[in-house]
Design a protein around this ligand. Sequence first.
Ligand code: C5P
Length: 227
Amino acid sequence: MQKIAIAIDGFSSTGKSTLAKQLAKALNYKYIDTGAMYRAVTLFAMRNGFIAEGKDNLGALVKLLPTIRLNFVPNEELGFSEIYLNGENVENEIRTLQVSRFVSRVAELEQVRHKLVELQKAMGKEKGIVMDGRDIGTVVFPDAELKVFMTASTQARATRRYKELLDRGDNVSYEEVLENVQKRDFIDSNREFSPLRKADDAIEFDNSDMGLQEQFERLHSIALRCL
Ligand code: C5P
């Protein structure tokens, strides 16, 4: 059976990664969470003091970009790959609200996008991949056989993200999560380089009122028709 590339894009916290993971597992494909890559670069910038509340030195981050190594290493127990930053597993640390606060500013940088998009294109060379992000169908895999654009109401997305953070044990309020989701959507949609937008040939998928199983079944049957 021919292997295809599946691009899943959409706004923050639409549940893209949960669905993409399930789909990759069912098709026995590789799954790549590109948001994790932008988050890991942001964590690197935070640790080095290049980005903080009210002060940025993003020029210094750009200079050090060649020293940043990102890898995805399969975790058999979890059933998916985890991201490593310069040899360190940062899967957990990149998911904090603090990283979410800064990530869209880092993801706006042309040099950061260039580096990560090149890595992403290389990962998809052999097809057999499900990749989620903001610009996968438009920039990374413009020729993907299946493109999905996920949307959901802002409230549904903020509630989802809030629950995830509480489950992790993070001390956050619903209001600050909602504000972060809205801010990121705005920056991601209005940035100069590869802004978030639906590819013309993407299928739009609003999951505000859809359970996980239904979402998976719908998408899985669409994917099977593309093989
Ligand atoms: O998908 P996730 O919410 O983890 O992504 C975090 C952030 O990374 C997004 O808000 C966006 O700023 C950036 N991103 C991006 N392009 C991608 C994936 C993520 O700009 N392909």
